[in-house]
Design a protein around this ligand. Structure first.
Ligand code: DQA
Length: 144
């Protein structure tokens, strides 16, 4: 069975109440529910995780690479700083779609650089919770 792991980084557990003007009012549980329904319809096994800790994301990217699962990665602020996540994607061979709720290019300059984009299959940002469903549809044809 094809598999997709949705990996969420720091502070995304606060969605729903965190800066709603920027991130919207959907909670992470709401996003998971709509993705689970989409995955079921597509016959894909979906694993949905969140951590505030960079090492957890490294472990989970490696796990996905090893098992052949595709990854939808919202690495939060680690997007802009993490060489470890860059190396995990490159080293594990995981197929990754980088995603963001907000349009990071329309925000502060420190959000304009991503350490992940160069090793991602592609990038989706700026569509709120729909960034997740767009990323899911985008990765489907690339799953092994
Ligand atoms: C984010 C954008 C990042 O710059 C920020 O640090 C986040 C969320 C987004 O989904 O828009 O935590 O990844």
């Amino acid at each position: 069975m094809k598999a997709v792991h949705v990996l969420n980084g720091p502070n995304l557990n606060l969605l729903g109440t965190r800066e709603p003007a920027t991130y919207g009012t959907a909670t992470l549980a709401d996003i998971e529910a709509s993705l689970q329904a989409r995955a079921k319809a597509a016959g894909v096994a979906l694993t949905f995780r969140q951590s505030n800790h960079e090492g957890d994301l490294v472990d989970w990217i490696q796990e996905a690479g090893k098992s052949g699962a595709g990854v939808l990665l919202n690495a939060g602020a680690f997007t802009h700083t993490s060489i470890a996540l860059h190396d995990a994607i490159k080293g594990s061979g995981a197929i990754v779609v980088e995603l963001h709720l907000s349009n990071v290019f329309a925000r502060e300059p420190f959000r304009h650089h991503s350490t992940l984009s160069a090793v991602a299959k592609g990038v989706i940002c700026g569509f709120g919770a729909a960034s997740y469903t767009l990323a899911f549809d985008a990765i489907l044809p690339h799953l092994p």
